[in-house]
Design a protein around this ligand. Sequence first.
Ligand code: TRP
Length: 484
Amino acid sequence: MAENRDSWGSTFGFLMAAIGSAVGLGNIWGFPYKMGMNGGGIFLVVYLVLAALVGVVVMLGEFSMGRQTGRGPVGAYRALCKKFTFVGYFGVFCGFLITSFYAVLGGIVLKYMVSFLAAIFKPSTAAVMTTASGDFFGGFVGNGGQMILCLLIFMAVTVFIVSAGVSGGIEKFSSVAMPALAVLLGVVIIYVAFQPGAGEGYKFMFGVHTEAIKEVGLWTIVKTAAGQMFFSLSLAMGIMITFGSYLTKETALVKNSTVIVIADTCVAIMAGMAVMPACFAYGLEPGQGPGLLFVTLHSVFAEGMGGFIGAFMGFLFYLLVFIAAVTSSISLVEGVVTFVMDRKADKGLDSSKRRIPTIIIGVLIFAFGIPVSFDALGGGISGGAMCMTPAELFGMTDNIHGWNDCWLDFYDVITEGILMPLGAFLMCIMVGWVTGSEFINREVQKTPGVTKWTARSYFDICYKIVSPVILVVVLIAQFGSFFG
Ligand code: TRP
């Protein structure tokens, strides 16, 4: 079949793009706030265990599936085991829905970035420097017009890069941005460490708080950590299958899967070490939820550092978070675009031009992002927002289920909460019990110099038993929470 499939320019470029996909708002925004709501240290421990037992295993499986078949998720499942093709569709759907809220969050980051940029020139009067951080955040998310504008810009940037293709767009962009982000995060961590009260933050993060287990419940902690793990590692929606399909033989799979998981986890912990101590130092509430990153670090820059330095550091920090968000959202959109392009290739159509499909997909994602932008993240019509929340739409009066309070949570529960654990479960079942792991073994050994699949028996046990059992527990906990 005449097909001109792009491939990575180098293993380093691939690694940066994969880390660029993995490291994003999930690490910097999601991890600290979920840790804050789920008992701190205990959440961290559960997360680490899950990353080792499920994360690395699923990551290796996805890369192998992609490289073996040279296809995105749907094509890869179809080629390996036809019955499981629907799992590939789950992935494409998840990618679509995740981007619809991811881009809204990216828009919020954009707003902070621009506000701090403007404040560099007049730090004493700029609203971002003088308004209390909670009020600034509330004021912005309640402003539907500004939210939608930021969403639009964020989507436009994403679509622009994706249409440039794999090695030209994604790879170049990530190779610079990822190392720079790590450095700046380091600077913020060091600054925060010297603020009075910061010590409490480390105790919260690294201590085990038994009272938290009682209060939140162990199952909630496990299921939140699991969803967070998939999301943060960009797993279980086929994006790593897609990335694997662009891999050449030179790339060692086991080693790189492990490196990606470790790097991603390090960034999440670093984000926690920036946000949590700051939260205690400035007397903010660690369990406040999705606004945590914005509110706490805003305080660090505007109140703590203050003046020109604060504005400048704030700008730089949000610029890098913005870049991290863009490298992730391009991978999300890339998954959906690859699906469409693979379909074209399968039908013998020209699959070399991706611009128009990318734009169409971008517009659809934008449309799904509209309710997310307009409900003021849970304010709803009753709170003066322009759009009903899911709870208002479905006539529900309580918000205890964790999915109906705003559209962002609704999309998040469908994807990260249900479809991703389910997809990962089915993939492990497929590899463990249906196709067997021999195809992974073959892929692993393709790399020159690699003669053996390191720790194969560990991976095999995880595919067959450990990961499926964990994932069933996660799914039961998830459904359990819907029904109280
Ligand atoms: N991993 C990214 C983050 O932490 C988000 C992301 C990118 C993602 N691609 C994905 C999540 C694929 C799930 C699936 O921000």
